[in-house]
Design a binder for this molecule. Structure first.
Ligand SMILES: [Zn+2]
Length: 260
């Protein structure tokens, strides 16, 4: 089911582009490659991608891989909610409150400093400082699961007053009909290249990536229990940065409730 994570009441840590650490050269800040694994906790449905994969990788035992863009989207959504991101990709109505107004070059929000944005409304753009590669090819088990059409459950309470997200639910039963899904228990290694993250950006990004062991939710069928995944990093930063000063406590409390 869908749920709403309330918007913050203040917009922390916005920085003008002239003083923000940028992306055009490697600075003596954090840079490197996180070696990660994504494990499916409930079945994962990436409809057209998996249809393509089943043609591209025939054979037995079956194999599949995940597009980096899917993993990136899930991590960006958590970074927006946790880090006081802006409503750049928020779909009104109603208009989001001032605390999450779309950022610009005079005050770039933490999420947009990390993930970048294209010049959509003006002439200013910012390149991403994190790059998600497609996962490695990994062995999988295909199962069919029913995936209800979009909007199959009631609107989340408080919709429009926060970030739309999804509650982690038990997996539905598989059947003879439905969409081809990668079943639970698949392990996909992947890499995230990062550069020029400030200590605060690294702390926020690393926590949004790993969620302290809680679940991300990817793909189709999020509302009915599909797509729960766990991301683990095999070479964490040392020491693991303290995320507490750099996240919205209210959002983290809500995510802990919804994603356990
Ligand atoms: Zn922004």
């Amino acid at each position: 089911m869908s749920v709403t994570i309330p918007f913050p009441t203040t917009s922390p840590q916005r920085i003008a582009h002239l003083s923000a650490i940028s992306h055009e050269r490697i600075e003596p800040q954090s840079h490197g490659v996180f070696e990660c694994t994504l494990t499916t906790v409930t079945p994962l449905c990436l409809k057209s991608h998996f249809a393509h994969v089943r043609l591209e990788l025939p054979g037995n035992p079956p194999h599949a891989y995940l597009p980096g863009s899917s993993i990136r989207g899930a991590v960006r959504a958590m970074t927006e909610a946790l880090g006081g991101g802006c409503a750049r990709y928020f779909a009104p109505p109603p208009l989001p409150p001032r605390a999450v107004r779309t950022c610009d070059e005079n005050g770039i929000c933490p999420c947009c400093r990390i993930f970048g944005f294209a010049a959509e409304r003006d002439t200013f753009a910012w390149a991403s400082k994190v790059h998600f590669q497609d996962s490695d090819v990994a062995p999988v088990v295909w199962q069919k699961y029913p995936v209800p059409p979009f909007g199959g459950d009631p609107a989340a309470p408080g919709q429009g007053s926060g970030w739309l997200t999804f509650r982690h639910l038990p997996a539905p039963a598989h059947g003879a009909r439905g969409e081809d899904c990668v079943d639970m228990g698949a392990v996909f290694p992947f890499r995230v290249r990062h550069h020029n993250l400030t200590p605060a950006e690294l702390a926020l990004f690393y926590h949004a990536l790993t969620l302290g062991g809680l679940h991300h939710i990817l793909g189709f069928g999020k509302r009915c229990g599909l797509g729960a995944c766990k991301i683990e990093v095999t070479n964490p930063p040392s020491p693991v940065p303290n995320f507490a000063p750099h996240i919205c406590v209210q959002a983290w409390t809500a995510i802990q409730q919804e994603r356990a």
